[in-house]
Structures are given as structure tokens and as C-alpha cells.
Ligand binder design. Structure first.
Ligand SMILES: *[C@@H]1O[C@H](CO)[C@@H](O)[C@H](O)[C@H]1NC(C)=O
Ligand SMILES: *[C@@H]1O[C@H](CO)[C@@H](O)[C@H](O)[C@H]1NC(C)=O
Length: 167
């Protein structure tokens, strides 16, 4: 009996040790995963571009947003929140950031996509600064893990410009 109890105990200890090592390795492997996402946004059309009665410029764009975020997904990833912003400078503000579109990516299978969409949120300026304005489109993401810390990063896409005239 004594010897059986001793062996069972040794077995449990061994099992717990293996488990601890596996958890540590899993956690390290998650931290070692360096994602290499890609994103591309094409402005397909300027649907309209106007000065609102209150004097603020507003533009409606149709875009093709494509991205491959599959490398962000590990065993520990619950979901990824992505959002696209337009960023530009004006005399009043060195950075104007306007959110245009967002989505929740629930799984690796859904993390490689393209979507043909108009801006879901209004692209308005606090003034009339948008004619001929150069801007960047930035895809931001927040990786929400099952355990551990949230992780955020972004891809900046440069070289976009709005038309010189209202239409
Ligand atoms: C959107 O972009 C993706 C990737 O660049 C391309 O495969 C797809 O055909 C494009 N869709 C449209 C409607 O242009
Ligand atoms: C666009 O991004 C580039 C690189 O980050 C930056 O140098 C530039 O100032 C940005 N342009 C605008 C209009 O925000």
C-alpha cells in the first residue's frame, strides 16, 4: 500500500510538472508569434463631395478594403477588432483622425477578406479643408486574447488625395 501511494504521488507530481512546462511553452509560443498582416485599400469612387449647410466638408467614398490578418490568430486569440481611419493635417489640427469602417474578425478563417464598402461612418471635416486634401488610410487592430494582455497595432497606407472640386 505504501509503495502504491508513493508511486501515485510521484505520477501526479510528474503530471503537474509536465502540465506546467506545457503551459509555459504555450505562453511563450504565443508571445513569439510575430504577426505579418497585410492590408490594402483602394478608393474605388468618390460618390459625392459637398460643403454642408453648416460649412463643413463631407465626402462619401466607396472603397475596396482587403486584408490578410490570419497570422494574428494563435490558439490564444479570441477575436480581432479592426477599424479603418482617414488621417490628415489641417491648419487647426496636426492630426485629424476620422473612423470610416470597423469589423470584428471572429476566426482565422474569416481573417483574410476583401470588402467593397462605402464609409460606414461620416467623413466630415470641422471646416472646409478637404478639397485636394492628401490623406492616409490607417488600418488599426486590437487582438483580444483568451488569456493575457490585449495587443494593438496598425498599418499606415499613404498617398491618397481628395478631389480639388466638390461634386
Ligand atoms: C478588392 O481587392 C482584392 C485584393 O486586392 C481583389 O482581389 C478584389 O477583386 C477587389 N474587388 C473589387 C470589387 O475590386
Ligand atoms: C501619412 O503617413 C506618413 C508616414 O507615417 C506621414 O509621414 C505623413 O505625415 C502622413 N500624412 C498625413 C497627411 O497625415
Amino acid at each position: 500500500m505504501h509503495s502504491f501511494g508513493y508511486r501515485a504521488n510521484a505520477l501526479v507530481t510528474f503530471g503537474v510538472t509536465i502540465l506546467a512546462v506545457m503551459c509555459a511553452m504555450a505562453s511563450i509560443s504565443d508571445n513569439l508569434n510575430i504577426p505579418s498582416p497585410t492590408a490594402h485599400v483602394q478608393v474605388m469612387n468618390v460618390n459625392w463631395f459637398q460643403k454642408q449647410p453648416n460649412g463643413n466638408d463631407e465626402v462619401s467614398l466607396t472603397m475596396n478594403v482587403s486584408a490578410d490578418l490570419q497570422s494574428m490568430f494563435t490558439w490564444n486569440t479570441k477575436q480581432v477588432f479592426v477599424f479603418l481611419t482617414a488621417e490628415y493635417e489641417t491648419p487647426q489640427n496636426s492630426l485629424n483622425q476620422v473612423s470610416l469602417w470597423d469589423a470584428i474578425i471572429p476566426s482565422k478563417e474569416r481573417a483574410k477578406f476583401w470588402i467593397h464598402t462605402t464609409n460606414k461612418y461620416r467623413l466630415t471635416d470641422q471646416g472646409s479643408n478637404l478639397r485636394g486634401k492628401e490623406f492616409n488610410l490607417t488600418l488599426h487592430w486590437h487582438v483580444m486574447p483568451k488569456t493575457g494582455k490585449m495587443f494593438a497595432d496598425k498599418i499606415v497606407m499613404t498617398g491618397y488625395q481628395l478631389p480639388e472640386n466638390y461634386r
